[in-house]
Design a protein around this ligand. Sequence first.
Ligand code: PEP
Length: 241
Amino acid sequence: MIAGNWKMNKTVKETKDFITKLKKHALPKNKDILICPPFTALSKASGLIKGSNIQLGAQNMHYEVAGAFTGEISPLMLKELGCKYVILGHSERRHIFNEDDSLINRKIKAALNLKLKPILCIGETLDQRKKNKTEGIVKSQLLNSLKDIKDISNIILAYEPVWAIGTGINAAPEQAEEIHKMIRTLIKKTYSPKAANDIRILYGGSVKPENIKELMKEQDIDGALVGGASLDTDKFFKLIN
Ligand code: PEP
């Protein structure tokens, strides 16, 4: 899977231009290609991707289906717009908007209830890595975010070291692989060998056309969640290929 997280970028018009251009390329059928535009562009994007193998995801959601939550967007609304996926627990949500594992856990359960596939993001800060806390942080984020969830077959994981997001400094392939392997082992112990084998673990953090090949060669890296480089159609197409 190659997933583009557009963050707070692209107007409706820019979304239309991006998708129209991307659809002119011959997109491979053997990959899941996902774009996650801002909420305001989802409706337009949903119409434009029809008949292509581009899939649609959102970047966040509330855990309730409806109610008095001014400014929020519900999973039901995302479903109606044709979203199949939703990014949850992105580091920007955790750090700028103070989301914690228990809130993310509620959101994952709500997404699964409505048959939206959560892309759960986990990852350590630079300070935590320097203090040798990477494994502990990633483990606790994972297990707390998945608390009381018995079936993880519709969940995708994304290991995104915070120090690599938007910085231009990606994790070295072997550095990322070490954590991906640890995550898979943890899934095996907590769930089952099948769950560990089946789950997709994406890497995110300054993925670019220049470094994707080496990252994807690693055994436990099953795709990429891409921010900056997903905003440009040509770069995104290169990443897909
Ligand atoms: C992200 O937003 O999930 C991300 C990985 O961003 P970037 O590719 O820009 O580092």
